[in-house]
Design a binder for this molecule. Sequence first.
Ligand code: SF4
Length: 492
Amino acid sequence: MPITASMLYDLATCEHRPTMDRYADPALRDPASPFVEMLWRNGRAHEDEVMAGDGVDALNLRLEPGDERATATIAAMRDGVPLIYGGRLEVDDLRGEPDLLRLVSPRRYIAGDIKSGSAEEGPADARKPKATYAVQLALYVDCLERLGFGIGRRAFIWDVNGEEVEYNLDAAKGVRTPSSFWDDYLEFAELARAVVAGTARTEPAATASCKLCHWRTTCSRTLEERGDLTLIADLSRRMREPLRAHVGSITELAATQPERLIGSKGKSLVPGVSADSLRKFHARAVLLTTHGEPYLTQPVTFPPHRTELFFDLETLPADNHCYLHGFVERRNGDPTTERYHAFFTDAHRDEAEHRAFAEAWVYVQSRRPCTLVIYSKAERTWWRILQHRFPDVCTPEEVEELFSSENCVDLYRVARASAEWPTYDRSLKTLAKYVGFSWRDEDPSGASSIEWYNRLRAGDIRMKQRLLDYNEDDCRATRALLDAIRRMGRAA
Ligand code: SF4
């Protein structure tokens, strides 16, 4: 079995997944979620659209039979074809299928992939390459080098906006991270070889990637049965390994005095886990094993305004599109005054997005002074982006002032920093359900809402009400959580 780019992509997402794909009983796989299926469809449609575009003139090898593609690709590179689409590179134990191979100089090619998402990640002022894309590109580069067609450790992505973003695989990943994506590639390729040989010892861990993974049910069961430490909120796979030298499960951690893991000078004896984190994880382990009540770890005060707006946005991040600004408004803490206000656009155009943003802005201004309650910084980030795109609506200073701490509560920050919960994570869905709130939709999630919006754009008008109900419930869930935190007593 060759080492492929998709195997490396999976390893960069979760080191256990290729092991499950290769050795677990296929009958235990969860069906792909509608969201994942939508991503596949959109990815393929985007690729077709790009390749059908003006000025993209490539030799298409995508439809060559599998065992002839590699030979056809070598022949095309020897012939100096300027652009090859859907080629296959096979050498030693590697198999790469770059979307594109572009002639740079005689017998020298650079590889690239077409992605229906952004080529980079991170905040706008510190964008960086995606590790998952980088390891795939590195495999193509390795194949080209070994085949004698390489041009150095660089490759490219054509992103969702049609822009080409170059990946320099030899560059350090950051000021504090001197290693490169090429180093990562070499590590992941070795791990992939061990998986194929059956000698890799990988294990599941509770991570954000599990939500969309087809092994989520099986892995969750394993993690719960083991009382795995990564089920503790914020305790990562990387922290689990050194911690396991002392405690093997949540129950063991709960039964241990955290000071046992802290040296006489107050420093943690567990590499990579600070003394404060040890105490925090211990408290969480105790709550989980005793099914205790959540509690505040420090006093919490909220702005005193009579009007509260519980605000939630719905967006298509890959398209940089914000289509719904929803607010539940409440007066004097009285539930009978609650009203939902939505500013929605199903038209995928600047004018429509501008109108919805402008109306939402006017609405919020008309309710001030008020407390604006959000769950995470996404609303602020998106309103900054929208202000930048539509500067006639408001100024940057006005956006900053609106989201200042005096007027605005980021309830996610409060729930994380000022409270402890007997739950595995601190998502709005988990905490609001814990305090008794329930969504009307059977499958409420940000990923589902993106899939529903895509269906709406494809003509399924029932999805509009589904989206509005989901958004309204998110706003009401935020309200339910805020009320629960208000009621919480401080821990003894
Ligand atoms: S469910 Fe999670 S741990 Fe299991 S293979 Fe998938 S991502 Fe990895």
